[in-house]
Design a protein around this ligand. Sequence first.
Ligand code: FMN
Length: 178
Amino acid sequence: MTKPTLLLMSGSLREASYNKMLLREAAAAYGDANVIEADLDLPLYDGDVEDRGIPEKVTTLIKQVRGADALVIGAPEYNKGISGVLKNALDWLSRVKPWPTQDKPAVVMSAAGGRSGGETAHFMTLSILTQLQVNVVHGPLILIAAAQNEFDENGALTNDFLKGQVADRMARLRGMIG
Ligand SMILES: Cc1cc2nc3c(=O)[nH]c(=O)nc-3n(C[C@H](O)[C@H](O)[C@H](O)COP(=O)(O)O)c2cc1C
């Protein structure tokens, strides 16, 4: 059997992003898979740019989404909302037909500095994914609050409850696509 491909989509671009750490933890918990980290550092969606031709980096993302067996999405929270980076990527993905995201299995999780773990951004992301007909593996929300205290120096989660939540969700994803 061929290995499934997981596409990690972090709504934070920064190198030391807790959402990136969380997505890597999720990919490791999944087990044997090809793991691709999407580059969401895309041009801002602009209809005039689109009319001139979809930018190369967006085309790459579209191909990666089409080729992935599942998306694993990290949704940081900025000012009680979804990050511009993630929203912009999802907006671009909605501009080609058939939608690359249609019926695509996905898991969503959030790491944030605040005490609510990015819950508002998480729900905003779920709402957009509904519109894009993504097949989200639902469950108790995976929200890493005060994320700066939850990862060790290797970028791994330290809290057993949170680790278990991530592992359970990825096991359910495996059951769906494996
Ligand atoms: C512009 C901005 C707005 C933020 N707003 C929130 C917020 O509304 N809620 C929250 O929990 N954290 C907020 N934070 C803190 C982020 O959750 C924190 O920087 C987190 O580490 C970002 O995710 P990352 O580590 O993946 O980059 C904000 C950070 C920035 C830069």
